[in-house]
Design a binder for this molecule. Structure first.
Ligand code: UDX
Length: 433
């Protein structure tokens, strides 16, 4: 099949490369010359494990190419995916649909023959209708169908998630469009990943409801963690105790510093806006958003209290800055609020992150960055682990002990054993245990 991706960002590139690997003929389009030039030169502009190799393999096989020329790319396509950004609109938290709308208008001008137009970007309920309206306005006789096909890719595991999804959601009631989508995803249905066909609005809402539910699950266990701390319970034991109940499930029950990233914060806010517009209040999601927001700064205060309240002029070492491991993404990372809280209290923040420092430098300016985690610990009053990168799970604890001045480790991801750390004479503070 001929597939065209509009938008060669995270979702567009991962999806494009995976479709190419399925044997389809894929063109990835982007307005950004520099990005396309880089891709043509074999450089992948984002960090995602396995993506560079996947792209290289499919470029060699002639199944994927990159271009800034939208018109011929759309004209050739059986399916055009819109995979552009939908950031939070400044001020009101609504998803900003201007890139989606622009893509729809471009597709309308360029499409040739029956074209399936698929929104892969996360878009509020009703956006499919709007895309359809925009295209029909330019091409009243156009032969096309608009489909919603949300992605459920986790950063750092996106290729695995694309190739072995729990399910594929396809929102359309057009038989030709459904047949094309089944064909596009055929290798997956052979692997027994169910393709759920539903109406377009249901597909659009599935994405938001899914992310809001996961954000709720995390926020729930985070609050239970606070209660565990006060009552002498251990949140990891409680999480295991409830998670083995199949009705609850054990995933997304890791207590931590609060969720971040490019999806949960933005999508929960957008869901609240939709709820407002349609007058169907989502009180639970509202509470989740507020609770998570407060938690990030509270985690900064937790570190301050561990040191003993006055941190003025004291060095605090932050290990891990990205919102989760295996990504360089700093968007809405809890580390931002944690570092700022420490700095507001007068601490000198030293930081190290395996991949996130280039992006971190743009958002956290007064931090002293180190290329080595141990160097970042020189003179430190405390260390706090904010992101659970594998390399922090295997720190040389003897070296840590030798470097630390204040002998405090605040492990916001619960990756260490209390006994192991306290044996070294280092005070250990985890989350909810
Ligand atoms: C998420 C969804 O999982 C994915 O389906 C969707 O398409 C995009 O958003 P992603 O943002 O890449 O993916 O990361 P995810 O692994 O879901 O983690 C999100 C945040 O929640 C991270 O900050 C992570 O640290 C936090 N988290 C996750 C927890 O604090 N505890 C958990 O148990 C799980």
């Amino acid at each position: 099949m001929k597939i065209t991706m509009i938008g060669s960002g995270y979702v567009g590139l991962v999806s494009g490369a995976c479709f190419a690997d399925f044997g389809h003929d894929v063109v990835c389009v982007d307005l950004d010359n520099a990005k396309i030039d880089a891709l043509k030169g074999g450089k992948v502009p984002i960090y995602e494990p396995g993506l560079a190799e996947l792209i290289e393999r499919n470029v060699k096989a002639g199944r994927i190419s990159f271009t800034t020329e939208l018109v011929p790319s759309v004209a050739r396509a059986d399916i055009v995916f819109i995979a552009v950004g939908t950031p939070s609109r400044r001020g009101d938290g609504h998803a900003d649909l201007s890139f989606v709308e622009a893509a729809a208008a471009d597709i309308a001008r360029a499409m040739d023959g029956f074209t399936v137009v698929v929104t892969k970007s996360t878009v509020p309920v009703g956006t499919g209708d709007e895309v359809e309206r925009i295209i029909a306005a330019t091409r009243p006789d156009g032969d096309f169908a608009v489909v919603s096909n949300p992605e459920f890719l986790r950063e750092g595991a996106a290729i695995e998630d694309f190739k072995r999804p729990d399910r594929i959601v396809v929102g359309s009631e057009d038989p030709r469009a459904l047949a094309a989508m089944r064909e596009a995803y055929r290798p997956l249905s052979l692997n027994k990943s169910p393709i759920l066909e539903m109406n377009r609005r249901s597909a659009e809402l599935t994405k938001y409801a899914g992310n809001a539910f996961l954000a709720t699950k995390i926020t729930f266990i985070n609050e239970i963690a606070d209660l565990c701390e006060k009552t002498g319970a251990n949140v990891q034991q409680v999480a295991r105790g409830i998670g083995l109940d199949n009705r609850i499930g054990s995933k997304f029950l890791h207590a931590g510093p609060g969720y971040g990233g490019s999806c949960f914060p933005k999508d929960t806010l957008a869901l609240l806006k939709t709820a407002q517009d349609f007058e169907a209040p989502q009180a639970i999601v509202e509470a989740v958003v507020q609770t998570n927001e407060k938690r990030k700064r509270a985690m900064g205060r937790k570190v301050i209290q561990a040191i003993g309240d006055d941190v003025r002029g004291k060095v605090v070492t932050v290990l891990g800055l990205t919102f989760k491991p295996n990504t360089d993404d700093m968007r809405d990372s809890p580390a931002i609020a944690i570092v700022q809280t420490l700095q507001d209290a007068g601490a000198v923040v030293h930081a190290y992150d395996p991949e996130g420092m280039p992006n971190a430098r743009d958002v956290l300016r007064d931090v002293v960055y180190f290329d080595d985690p141990y160097e970042a610990m020189d003179d430190a009053e405390a260390i706090t682990i904010v992101t659970e990168w594998d390399e922090f799970r295997a720190l040389d604890l003897g070296k840590v002990q030798a470097k630390l001045k204040g002998m405090v480790l605040v492990d916001l991801r619960n990756i260490y054993d209390r006994d192991e750390i306290e044996m070294l004479g280092i005070k250990y503070i985890g989350v909810g245990r």
